[in-house]
Write a protein that binds this ligand. Structure first.
Ligand SMILES: Nc1nc2c(ncn2[C@@H]2O[C@H](COP(=O)(O)OP(=O)(O)OP(=O)(O)O)[C@@H](O)[C@H]2O)c(=O)[nH]1
Ligand SMILES: [Mg+2]
Length: 442
């Protein structure tokens, strides 16, 4: 852990950039209180109480603004250090004036990206999963994303990983005791106890990993790609779904070339819908690049929305058919041109809006299935997934390792992989448990 007194004092505009009613500066570090004194020429306000201050340029004594100061003495602050918040008027000149005045102070500098949260982590205020949760919360755009991020920020996900790690460390302690003191009076079923505990942890981690990625999908949004032959009405469909005129619509086949993305919210879930070039064999260089991109997007999508052209029915374009699989929802567009509906697909009309209520219901169901908020906190990042996979590999090697020392090493590596997720990577802890629980000095 870092020595706090070595840290420089940092500050940053905590509120958004640009004109606003109020702007908030955050100052953290050993000189935070000096910084406030330098700007306000008054005694420190009472802790955690918003206090009106006049802010002056320290040298020229120009009045920068009248605002509020809040003092959070460390360690009971976000970063664990002394923190000062300044609430000022959100005009560009006010912000520039205060930034200038702070930069000029000795021992105070502008914070780097994520530095406040990093200090909070280093001072044990939150673990790495909570820090990631905070980043997700700031980036969240829909209600479900917000809920997932809140949960992670409150430490729910970290608790699960720490619990596995604690249990693993206990199992290691038992196991090492067996190696070190096999001649002494240790319970006979120790080995079975360890194997049983490792088995339980292995099962729980496997179940957590077997989640179809819904936590990750919810975090970045569900990717839906619209595919189909030229002129089927893909761009018209995108425009109606987004209720905006985002993509060019024309009767010329091959109008769309690039991928056009729209971010939407469906039932609180984030979706990113992409319109693509019509699929067909072409020699035109630009259009064939468009088709390549369309196919690439189709493969990357969480869900494909395959559109057939009702004007050509019952012709079902073979390029589109080739891309239809379990993750495809098929619709036939231009239902207004069809005399009768003699198929099982959903008939819609991007022109009249016919069938769109059903289409939206179906999309919502699909989205809900793929990125629902689960009862227990979900894995939200590839970083967690690979650490857990690494942990499992080591746990699975454990039963077959030929020697006790190797088995113990497998367990240690597994615990370390879990520790990496929350940021607890201290082997000393294993030793602590051994010495505490087994009274070696007896
Ligand atoms: N009658 C009818 N015409 C439609 C409907 N949807 C789209 N169209 C027309 O079909 C033509 C093609 O529509 P687009 O949305 O550009 O088709 P697209 O699939 O994006 O075509 P490309 O970008 O060339 O692949 C346009 O003239 C639209 O006005 C519909 O539901 N009914
Ligand atoms: Mg188009």
């Amino acid at each position: 852990m870092n020595n706090l007194s070595d840290e420089q004092t940092i500050f940053a505009l905590a509120s958004g950039v640009g004109k606003a009613g109020i702007a908030v500066f955050r100052i953290s570090g050993p000189s935070a209180t000096d910084a406030l004194r330098a700007l306000s020429k008054k005694e420190l306000p009472e802790p955690r109480r918003a206090t009106r201050v006049q802010l002056l340029e320290p040298k020229t004594k120009d009045i920068l603004d009248y605002g509020l100061a809040v003092y959070f003495p460390g360690p009971a602050s976000f970063t664990g250090e002394d923190v000062i918040e300044l609430h000022v008027h959100g005009g560009r000149a006010v912000i520039a004036g205060i930034t200038d005045a702070l930069v000029k102070l000795d021992d105070v500098r502008l914070a780097e990206a994520g530095e406040f949260t990093r200090r909070a982590f280093e001072n044990g205020k939150l673990d790495l999963t909570a820090a990631e949760g905070l980043a997700d919360l700031v980036n969240s755009e829909t209600a479900a994303q917000r809920q997932q991020a809140q949960r992670q920020l409150q430490g729910d996900l970290g608790l699960i990983y720490d619990d596995w790690r604690d249990r693993l460390l206990k199992a290691i302690a038992l196991f090492e005791a067996e190696i070190d003191f096999s001649d002494e009076d240790l319970p006979l079923d120790l080995h079975e106890q360890v194997a049983e505990q490792i088995g339980e942890i292995t099962n729980e981690i496997s179940a957590h990993l077997d989640d179809s990625g819904h936590g990750q999908i919810l975090r970045h949004g569900l990717y839906i790609t619209i595919i189909g032959p030229p002129n089927a009405g893909k761009s018209s469909l995108l425009n109606r779904l987004s209720q905006r005129d985002v993509a060019i619509v024309s009767e010329t086949a091959g109008t769309t070339r690039d991928v056009i993305e729209v971010h939407l919210e469906l039932e609180g879930y984030p979706v990113i819908i992409a319109d693509t070039a019509g699929l067909r064999d072409v020699h035109d260089e630009i259009e064939s690049e468009g088709v390549r991109r369309a196919e690439e997007r189709a493969h990357q999508a969480d869900l494909k929305l395959a559109v057939f052209d009702g004007a050509k029915w019952p012709d079902k374009d073979p390029h589109t058919r080739a891309l239809i699989d379990d993750s495809a929802l098929v619709v036939v567009n231009k239902s207004d041109l069809l005399d009768k509906i003699d198929f099982d697909y959903l008939a819609i009309s991007a022109e009249t809006g016919d069938g769109f209520d059903i289409l939206l219901e179906r999309l919502k169901k699909e989205v809900e299935e793929r990125c629902h908020l689960s009862a227990s906190p979900a894995l939200t990042r590839t970083r967690h997934r690979s650490a857990l996979e690494n942990c499992l590999e080591n746990l699975k090697r454990f039963p077959d390792a030929p020697e006790s020392e190797l088995k113990a090493e497998d367990l240690r590596l597994a615990a370390r992989a879990l520790g990496r997720i929350t940021g607890r990577v201290d082997v000393e802890e294993i030793l602590d448990i051994i010495f505490k629980e087994f009274c070696i000095g007896k």
